[in-house]
Design a protein around this ligand. Structure first.
Ligand SMILES: Cc1ncc(COP(=O)(O)O)c(C=O)c1O
Length: 399
């Protein structure tokens, strides 16, 4: 259908809601024989189907009317209590259940961003966060990352240059770069937030997915130790149970959470009650839940190791990458001048795909970067797909 007659009727903010070229190209990856590393999908073979079927039956039998009735915007109380109890000095009233952390990001944008307000983001940052914030018309300030993620010196310089509404940051297995921020930097970030009175939005979607070692404290936990009030924390059941449930949580200072609750009321009244009850049924059995997470860690660790071997075997020597210690992604850097969107076109001819890096940069840089997801691929697919990508890459580098 012609879009022309409708264009003048769209709100001005839709200028910043655009279809992406990449999505169009990636539609081709549905065809048979394709090996795609593009989607950031959790492994479907690890969804706890039987456990979910059992728990659903149980809930419908014992609490069916409650599960299918309208309920409160804040979320299912036992689930809020479970989230609060796993975080330092946090009351259930500080927890808002949301329909995916994606909704959490949208609501944060809605309550914190005025047009033209400065929002600090990592370069690269999560593409979905940019899509969530864009309609609220922020002015992004992109902060560089290195091997250990966001560099506090760059943050301080940006804060000295002017006030910002918040810093959006993923300290643990950042999407897309896979970076893990060390303890010293975490402490420095929290101290800067306190010194400059700027809020931090900490997106902790991948926290549980570490391959070895012990998890580092979250920015939220570090801030709580110092009295709290500076960090809005987001996490989700998407990466440990199943993303289709759309259950996640936002935790933070009471007044901010209250505003988010009011904004959510206008968005969808509440997140699906049955799904919230289901998530609670699963996570409340700590031993089972830990076993589920362990299965995911072991599987992703193996898939990550296969991808590393395949990259070492098939990538031209000019291409560099970050080897993750957890999460779902490899982040590759090709020589300056190689356009990864063009590389995607060539890779699609070879029947493989990835996500070009540029859309993850609010400042439009990163043309020579790309993201590969290993979470859903088999050993054979990884070996064959990376071989194809290596071929496409070599074809571009010789021209
Ligand atoms: C960093 C980050 N935040 C948020 C999300 C959205 O997750 P959810 O399924 O909870 O909406 C994702 C999903 O890939 C993500 O990578």
């Amino acid at each position: 259908m012609e879009t022309q007659p409708y264009e003048p009727r769209f709100a001005a903010r839709t200028q910043r809601i655009q279809a992406s070229t990449i999505r169009e190209i990636l539609k081709l990856t549905q065809s048979p024989g394709f090996i795609s590393f593009a989607g950031g999908l959790p492994a479907a073979d690890l969804f706890p189907l039987e456990r979910i079927a059992e728990a659903t039956q149980h809930i419908l039998r014992d609490q069916g009317a409650q599960a299918l009735q309208y309920s409160t915007t804040e979320g299912y109380p036992p689930l809020r209590a479970w989230v609060a109890q796993r975080l330092p000095r946090t009351a259930p009233e500080q927890v808002q259940i949301v329909s995916g952390s994606q909704q959490g990001l949208d609501l944060i944008g809605k309550v914190l961003i005025d047009p033209g307000a400065r929002v600090l983001v990592e370069a690269p940052t999560y593409l979905g966060a940019l899509s969530a914030f864009n309609p609220y018309e922020p002015e992004y300030v992109s902060l560089p990352i290195d091997e250990e993620g966001l560099e506090p010196g760059a943050l301080e310089a940006a804060l000295q240059a002017g006030a910002a509404r918040f810093l959006y940051v993923m300290p643990t297995f950042q999407n897309p770069s896979g970076r893990l921020m060390g303890l010293k930097r975490r402490q420095a970030l929290v101290e800067l937030a306190r010194k400059y009175r700027v809020l931090i939005v900490e997106d902790d979607a991948y926290a549980e997915l570490y391959f070895s070692g012990r998890p580092l404290p979250t920015l939220y936990a570090l801030d709580q130790e110092l009295g709290g009030g500076n960090v809005i924390y987001l996490s989700t059941a998407s990466k440990t149970l199943a993303p289709g449930l759309r259950v996640a949580w936002v935790v933070g200072p009471g007044p901010v959470i209250q505003k988010i609750t009011h904004a959510k009321q206008g968005a969808d009244l509440h997140s699906p009650t049955l799904n919230q009850m289901l998530v609670y049924e699963l996570v409340k059995e700590e031993a089972w839940y830990q076993g589920q997470i362990q299965r995911i860690r072991t599987t992703y660790q193996a898939r990550c190791a296969w991808m590393l071997e395949a990259l070492q075997r098939h990538m031209p020597k000019e291409v560099g990458w970050h080897t993750p210690q957890g999460g779902m992604f490899f982040w590759l850097t090709a020589p300056e001048g190689l356009d990864s969107l063009e590389l995607l076109r060539r890779a699609v001819e070879e029947k493989t795909a990835f996500v070009p890096g540029q859309p993850f940069f609010a400042d439009g840089s990163g043309k020579n970067t790309l993201r590969l997801s290993y979470s859903s691929a088999s050993h054979e697919e990884i070996e064959e797909g990376i071989k194809r990508l290596g071929r496409a890459m070599k074809r571009m580098l010789v021209v």
